[in-house]
Design a protein around this ligand. Structure first.
Ligand code: SR1
Ligand code: MG
Length: 405
């Protein structure tokens, strides 16, 4: 095999690929391989030297989506590889190191974060991470603000806009996040017992749908920052004291608030899971308090750090006017609130579910968690322009519905 023509790789191909194309392992190394991908789209191989334990990750893109088998561009693999490297320069230490990218086999070869765990599953197990909010807000302030043309030269930024146009992946988000949950569709697979609620609160609410349509226009047209584009807790790996962001295959030039809103919404899924599943009152109060503190810090620390990046690095002359710089950051927070609402809704009333909610075994508890998320989401969307410039406003809404329902 010389890997000069693309095909869908399996574990044995990844071993052969590592031997032939990578200089990572010594000749004759006894290699093993496991396919460890748990996402919907790609194949992720961990290739390891059985003797030394040294290992590498090969992320491989096929021409079909892994779950649906629908056709999809493999350019996402190039975008992921390049964006990881850009993010690594802007926010050192927050992404895995990229070793190589193969444009023929669509293989992104990168550091194996063996000692890290997927944040979504850690939160479901009610674990806490003392530096998470600080880490993720540093990552977002740097990668989002430093790729705007408030900081970059406008011509250089427009080159990025062109290079990271990502039509197939944006099409997925435009359908799954911004459209399907608001129309009847059997693929939405709504939890039994919540169908009427979803119909009433989402499909029949034309005022809400107008706001959603406005946010969809924003997503399609606001080429503000090089966004990660899918920054949910399954794209984040953690260990105590360190955070790594993976999987920017949905990256494109979009509203900076897209990433911020996704982080907030996915912490809220963890909150809703903990609210309905933790039985011991003391344990529950402590865990909800940590999550609420994290949810608040995501907004509050991002706001401070984004402002600091602008003060330090802006090339746009108007940023020196405090009123404009403040408006610039608040505008991102407005978008983030709308996006947080959309992400909460689409993971419950749309096709792509999250384990925090999907895996709640007791149906009554699951229905309750879903309703808290949906009603809160509606407030985030409809009141985004006048509220949610402070993190405590998000947790106040959650607690309001948790107390009511
Ligand atoms: C077909 S892809 C479904 C979802 O998984 C990804 O992680 C994105 O969130 C996408 O919407
Ligand atoms: Mg992903």
């Amino acid at each position: 095999m010389n890997f000069d023509k693309h095909f869908r790789m399996h574990e044995e191909d990844a071993i052969a690929y590592a031997r032939e194309k990578l200089s990572f392992f010594p000749e004759g190394a006894d290699l093993s391989c496991n396919e460890i991908g748990d996402g919907n789209i790609n194949y992720v191989f961990r290739v390891a030297d059985k003797q030394t334990g040294k290992s590498v990750i090969i992320k491989h893109a096929d021409v079909q989506i892994r779950t649906s088998k629908n056709e999809i561009s493999t350019d996402r693999n190039r975008i992921e590889s390049e964006v990881l490297q850009i993010q690594g320069k802007l926010a050192p230490g927050f992404v895995p190191e990229v070793y190589s990218y193969d444009p023929v086999m669509k293989c992104l070869v990168m550091e194996d974060l063996k000692s890290y765990e997927n944040l979504r599953y850690e939160l479901i197990e009610h674990k806490t991470f003392s530096t998470f909010a600080d880490d993720i807000t540093s990552f977002m302030a740097k990668t989002l603000i430093e790729t705007t043309d408030a900081v970059m030269h406008p011509k250089e930024k427009k080159e990025y806009v062109k290079r990271y146009i990502n039509p197939d992946m944006c099409d997925i988000s435009e359908r799954l996040v911004f459209t399907e949950p608001y129309f009847e569709n059997p693929k939405n697979n709504v939890t039994s017992g919540n169908e009427e609620f979803v119909k009433q609160e989402l499909i029949n609410d034309s005022a809400l749908k107008l706001e959603v349509a406005e946010l969809k226009e924003l997503f399609k047209n606001k080429a503000q920052s090089l966004v990660h584009g899918d920054l949910h807790t399954g794209s984040i790996f953690v260990t105590e004291g360190s955070t790594k962001v993976l999987d920017p295959e949905f990256a494109f030039y979009g509203p900076a608030g897209y990433d911020l809103g996704n982080v907030t919404a996915n912490l809220i899924f963890a909150w809703a899971n903990a609210f309905v599943t933790i039985e011991d009152e003391k344990e529950k109060a402590a865990y909800l308090a940590w999550l609420e503190d994290s949810i608040q810090k995501v907004t509050d620390q991002f706001k401070t750090k984004a402002r600091a990046v602008l003060s330090e690095k802006a090339t746009e002359k108007f940023i020196s006017m405090d009123e404009f710089a403040n408006w610039y950051v608040e505008d991102i927070l407005t978008d983030a609130a709308g996006i947080a609402g959309l992400e909460l809704i689409r993971r419950i009333a749309g096709g792509a579910k999250v384990a925090d909610i999907k895996n709640i075994e007791d149906t009554e508890k699951k229905i309750l968690a879903e309703r808290i998320c949906i009603l809160s989401a509606k407030e985030f969307i409809t009141n985004r322009k006048s509220a949610f410039k402070q993190g405590s406003e998000y947790t106040a809404v959650l607690n309001k519905y948790a107390g009511k329902l």
